[in-house]
Design a protein around this ligand. Structure first.
Ligand SMILES: [Zn+2]
Length: 240
């Protein structure tokens, strides 16, 4: 199986102006900054590919590929990020929390913070028809290394089945909530039929990288244009 070393995978959460009471302010990349970042990718000659095209012999990758991912599936992906992506003819992969379609990011604001709405089924299908790919981010955004093995399995396999049944298309990539996993959890993700999975480990991937623990480049509220370029070129670790 050919490996895709050094294809950067960007990690975003929200494309939205920072709300006053967020528990995770770093996750808010403003639409203005996001547009600037996409412009940089375009100027540097990158072509976006859906995450699922990695590690596949039947998909020819472009000369300078990059993957853009969004965790959690916020409505602001549809309203703010997607129009900007489309203006550059870019595609991306969004990880959905299966039990929370149309709900909110309750896992974030239980510690204090402003709830953000998550896409409902219609919104997901709208983004899908605009070329967006979707993966699973479990049923309930749980720390898979902290729940029972049975619960972890339900979260991993159950979300694949639920999303595929509800949305009507195959879901073959996975993203660990909080990046939390262990060997058993990783094994379950492979056994459930996912082809690859993203972690929150920072940096670029090499030939040796486990395809069930793909590293990403974390793009944050403070990832200004020069920092963005440096992260792309070096796959640098985030400051936090
Ligand atoms: Zn998440």
């Amino acid at each position: 199986m050919p490996q895709p070393p050094n294809i950067p995978i960007l990690m975003y959460h929200k494309v939205e102006r920072l709300s006053a009471r967020s528990a995770v302010p770093g996750h808010y990349v403003s639409p203005t900054l996001f547009r600037k970042q996409m412009g940089i990718l375009s100027a540097m000659g990158y072509s976006t590919v859906p995450l699922s095209h990695l590690y596949r012999q039947d998909k020819k990758l472009p000369r300078k590929p990059i993957v853009i991912t969004f965790d959690d599936g916020y409505v602001n992906f549809l309203t703010n990020a997607l129009p900007i992506l489309q203006s550059y003819r870019f595609v991306s992969t969004v990880f959905l929390v299966a039990n929370q379609l149309g709900g909110t990011n309750a896992w974030d604001y239980k510690d204090g913070g402003t709830p953000e709405r998550l896409m409902n089924v219609d919104q997901v299908l709208q983004a899908k028809s605009a070329g967006t790919e979707f993966g699973s981010h479990t049923m309930d955004h749980v720390d898979l290394s902290a729940v029972s093995r049975e619960e972890a399995w339900n979260q991993i396999l159950g979300s694949k089945k639920a999303l595929e049944a509800t949305l009507g298309f195959e879901v073959d990539s996975f993203c660990y909530p909080y990046g939390r996993k262990d060997d058993e959890v990783r094994g379950m993700v492979a056994r459930a039929g996912y082809r690859l999975a993203c972690s929150t480990e920072k940096g670029l991937n090499t030939e040796e990288t486990d395809r069930y623990a793909l590293r990403r480049i974390n793009i944050r509220r403070d990832t200004t244009a020069p920092v963005f370029v440096i992260k792309l070129l070096r796959g640098k670790r985030s400051a936090r």
